[in-house]
Design a protein around this ligand. Structure first.
Ligand code: NAD
Length: 259
């Protein structure tokens, strides 16, 4: 097993809701590598569970409420982090939201407001997060990471508007990587296979999606949270110093299959 040392580095992780969240698995991996963490959570509803989880990390983590639907929240959060920690070397964006009604039925029925909301929270939010994080990364360079899914490239009935959001998100990864590469700030995405979380359970057809992934992927199984978290750790560390604008599939190879 290789080891990555992130001691002396600060990492901000968005998207922990509970112990099943992909963001939580990533936070734990970054913590094990020695990074100091800030956990940015959505709202009061999840604050208790996030604070409980934060207390289990080996280095005490700051927890900050940040609803990404308003840029001011993101700006003031990074201003606070700048005041308290000075610098940041890694930011993980593990956030998505769409109305339940828009995650099933025909994509053709997606309404304007549901479309706007899904794209705003799940895709646009990466832009202000990167914008306000970048000045804190300029000193040492840094890594921004987001979470995507194969529905950005192919049709998964039921995933609907979230597929559109993931396509936008992956395009943002490339544009942000181009903007910030000169400052040694790298921007990448993980395209993960299905994992049982609060968000995935809302998608109609999720069970079938997971079963079919296991049946058809070259490795003949589903991925684990640890596999995603380890890839995230790699992408947040100097081990991936030459990689930016990339979407890495962590899906036991499902995306290469034709049938
Ligand atoms: P999750 O429900 O645990 O995480 C989603 C997070 O988004 C939650 O913490 C929620 O609080 C946060 N969020 C939603 N609206 C927000 C807002 N306005 N402001 C701030 N935070 C907000 O589910 P997850 O599966 O861990 O999802 C994390 C990411 O991984 C998402 O982008 C998801 O699309 C992606 N992903 C998940 C899977 C899967 O199968 N679970 C596969 C590929 C990609």
């Amino acid at each position: 097993m290789f080891s990555i040392d992130l001691s002396g580095k600060n990492a901000v992780v968005f998207g922990v809701a509970n112990q099943r969240s992909i963001a939580w698995a990533i936070a734990q991996a970054l913590d094990r590598a020695g990074a100091k963490l800030v956990l940015a959570y959505q709202n009061e509803r999840v604050s208790k569970s996030v604070e409980k989880l934060a207390a289990t990390l080996s280095t005490p983590a700051m927890t900050i409420e940040c609803d990404v639907s308003a840029d001011e929240n993101v700006e003031s959060m990074f201003a606070r982090i700048q005041g308290e920690l000075g610098h940041v070397e890694a930011v993980v964006h593990s956030i998505a939201f769409a109305n339940r009604d828009d995650l099933g039925g025909g994509f053709v029925d997606t309404g304007r407001e549901g479309f706007r909301l899904a794209l705003d929270i799940s895709a646009y939010s990466l832009v202000p997060i990167t914008r306000y994080a970048a000045p804190l990364m300029v000193e040492n360079g840094g890594a921004v990471l987001t979470m995507s899914f194969l529905a950005s490239e192919r049709v998964f009935p039921g995933y609907n508007v979230m597929g559109t959001a993931k396509a936008a998100l992956e395009n943002e990864v490339r544009q942000l990587a181009s903007d910030l590469g000169g400052d040694n700030i790298r921007v990448n995405a993980i395209s993960a296979g299905p994992l049982d979380t609060l968000s995935s359970r809302v998608i109609s057809g999720y069970r079938d999606m997971k079963r079919i992934h296991a049946e058809r992927s070259p490795m003949g199984r589903n991925i684990t949270l640890d596999e995603v978290a380890n890839t995230a750790l790699f992408l947040c560390s100097g081990m991936s110093s030459g990689i930016t604008g990339e979407v890495i599939h962590v899906d036991t190879g499902y995306h290469i299959m034709g049938i």
